[in-house]
Design a protein around this ligand. Structure first.
Ligand SMILES: Cc1cc2nc3c(=O)[nH]c(=O)nc-3n(C[C@H](O)[C@H](O)[C@H](O)COP(=O)(O)OP(=O)(O)OC[C@H]3O[C@@H](n4cnc5c(N)ncnc54)[C@H](O)[C@@H]3O)c2cc1C
Length: 306
């Protein structure tokens, strides 16, 4: 059987796309390895109607909605390769080869944390990527930033302005220029120029130890992790990409078309910084666009690189 649309990634973006396609009675295969990007986080915030709800609860509800449509099928297995073209894509999966007329890449991004003992245990709990997602719960408490590049001072200004009077910027990799002292002082932020060597999880955040012996308590340590495509085969497809502050992401055109005809992309894989609600919105756009591209392929040309 050839699916009308195969979706790689059955999380916020992919499930939402499946819902639209199921409502058009189109055959959809959703392939998913069950590791949404925010899996480590106990609660998702800033999601209208779901504020403070566990990511798994939100996903289970969306999957239940999509599963109500009989033409939507789920396969809890990885896609490891994609060849072919519009109307005749071939996906390699653990269960064998699958064919599809259209494909949506909704397989997300992988975060690569700096290798520091204790840091990975805190990811999504006190080691945080975004103050909008997790800052309100710890506002007014001691906060820290693991400084990497220009975004560190950007984060420092945001946190000091609207989340806490007690903000420490740790210049972990020493890549903050000499002007950082004056900028941090002007913001009222403490700048420590010593690498973070160890983090210990506490019930109210973490204790951070620096190479020079400094020890401090923080309720939240904000950092930007490097990123890569969560599905390794995506990097080998030769699609148009753009460089974001943490890694490459897919360039998409109107209606989330990629640079290959018939291949769409949705969610974090298409943007430099991940946030959940746009992933849901992308699911709607790619679900409806992939459906309509079956009817009017000429209206959904591939993205042209300029
Ligand atoms: C720690 C943390 C906390 C966050 N908290 C918030 C928050 O509070 N609020 C908010 O708005 N945003 C939050 N985000 C961002 C949010 O998690 C993402 O924006 C959102 O998960 C993106 O959805 P997605 O569907 O694009 O990708 P994902 O949710 O990452 O899903 C991708 C799916 O594809 C699957 N997959 C990957 N490779 C393959 C493959 N080869 N074959 C098959 N399936 C595959 C994965 O298993 C996964 O299920 C947070 C991010 C992090 C890192």
């Amino acid at each position: 059987m050839t699916y009308d649309v195969a979706i790689v990634g059955g999380s916020f973006a992919g499930l939402t796309a499946a819902l639209q396609l199921g409502r058009a009675s189109r055959t959809v295969g959703v392939f998913d390895t069950g590791r949404p990007r925010n899996a480590a986080s106990p609660a998702a915030h800033g999601v209208p109607g779901w504020d403070g709800t566990a990511p798994g609860v939100i996903l289970a509800a969306i999957r239940k909605d999509a599963a109500a449509y009989p033409t939507v099928t789920f396969h809890d297995q990885a896609v490891t390769g994609l060849t072919g073209q519009a109307d005749a894509f071939r996906l390699t999966t653990a269960g064998g080869e699958v064919t599809a007329r259209r494909v949506i890449l909704a397989c997300g991004m992988m975060d690569h944390l700096p290798v520091i003992p204790g840091l990975a245990e805190g990811w999504g709990k006190w080691a945080l990527h975004c103050p909008y997602c997790h800052g309100y719960e710890i506002k007014g408490q001691p906060l820290a930033i693991l400084g990497r590049g220009p975004m560190a001072l950007h984060m420092a200004k945001m946190l000091r302005s609207d989340w806490s009077d007690d903000v420490t910027l740790i210049a972990h990799e020493g890549d903050l220029g000499p002007e950082a002292e004056a900028e941090a002082a002007a913001l009222g932020v403490t700048l420590l120029r010593s690498p973070l060597t160890h983090a210990q999880s506490l019930t109210d955040g973490a204790r951070l130890t620096l190479a020079d012996g400094t020890s401090l308590h923080t309720a939240g340590l904000f950092l930007h992790a490097d990123t890569s495509f969560a599905a390794p085969f995506v990097a080998g497809l030769g699609l148009a990409t753009a460089q974001g502050p943490t890694g490459l992401y897919l360039k998409v055109g109107a209606f989330n078309t990629t640079s290959r005809a018939g291949l769409f992309a949705a969610g974090d894989v298409t943007r430099p910084a991940g946030i959940l609600t746009p992933a849901l919105s992308d699911g709607v756009v790619t679900g409806t666009a992939s459906h309509q591209s079956l009817l009017w392929p000429e209206r959904f040309p591939p993205l042209q690189e300029t």
